[in-house]
Design a protein around this ligand. Structure first.
Ligand code: 0L1
Ligand code: MG
Length: 255
């Protein structure tokens, strides 16, 4: 077993058992290619247990966050079937290490999208859009990680909730939204926080997935990235996103 395979197994166990792990590359010496290889191998362990690949999540999609992290590009992770949480359902808090939530917009594709595409080409491949929530849950102790480590850890992705799908005919470039905890507004934002337009995040997803040899497929979901800062979640809470024109999505956290 080489060290990348060992790290993939370590992170897979941490996610499956909701048990945090020590950092293995705190100085960020691993290359980003190696970090994505660890991510890929850890997702293959899930697929080998019967999970299905259902799409892609985009991370660090706000310019401010990208600059803060010293990045010149967004990061991405892989979505599997067990990560999807039914809208309105109850989620056990114990399935996470130290979860946070962020409001997003989700796309579902009707056509594959492969490589460098324009915004209009990306839009033409979209079947529907929906308000969504991503649960991010770093598997590293004390929520401390380097850039290669967070990439290896599937960009902290742990779960996602999607509201009612709607045709992408409305202008979704700048929809106001709130992230609510027990009905109280915790964050206010706009879909414009996603690289200026959420479609840019989909274009980036098409480019990065194709470069990894896994082009976006018809039927896949793309979580376009956090539109506000993330909020910690706690047992007993009802967590929701309300988006102008698109509606809402939410879930309950069971203690
Ligand atoms: O933007 C993202 O979804 C990536 C989040 C990864 C870092 C974190 O755990 O905050
Ligand atoms: Mg996110």
């Amino acid at each position: 077993m080489n060290h990348l395979t060992e790290y993939a197994s370590l992170l897979d166990k941490a996610a499956s058992n909701a048990k945090d792990v020590a950092q293995f590359d705190p100085e960020g010496r691993l290359s980003l290619d190696d970090a994505y290889e660890i991510q890929s191998q850890s997702i293959h362990l899930r697929l080998a247990r019967g999970e299905r690949r259902v799409g892609v999540k985009m991370g660090f999609t706000s310019r401010a966050k990208m600059i803060q992290m010293g990045l010149s590009d967004v990061i991405w992770g892989r979505l599997t079937s067990s990560m999807q949480i039914e809208e309105g359902s109850v989620v056990e808090f114990s399935r996470f290490v130290r979860p946070r939530v962020e409001p997003e917009i989700a796309f579902v594709l009707k056509h594959a999208l492969n490589g460098d595409v324009t915004g209009p080409q990306a839009l033409a491949a979209v079947e529907a859009i929906a308000p969504a929530l991503e649960i991010i849950d770093s598997r590293y102790r004390d929520f401390r990680f380097s850039l290669p480590e967070v990439i290896a850890d599937n960009a902290s992705s742990s779960g996602f909730v999607i509201g009612a799908w709607q045709r992408p005919s409305l202008d979704f470039s700048n929809l106001g939204l709130t992230l609510n905890l027990d009905g109280r507004v915790a964050q206010v934002g706009s879909t414009a926080a996603l690289l200026g337009h959420p479609l840019r995040s989909l274009v980036a997803a098409a480019r990065l997935s194709a470069a990894a040899g896994e082009p976006l497929q018809a039927g896949w979901i793309v979580m376009a990235g956090g539109a506000t800062s993330a909020e910690w979640i706690a047992p007993g809470q009802y967590v929701s996103v309300e988006m102008d024109q698109l509606g809402s999505a939410g879930f309950h956290v069971k203690g």
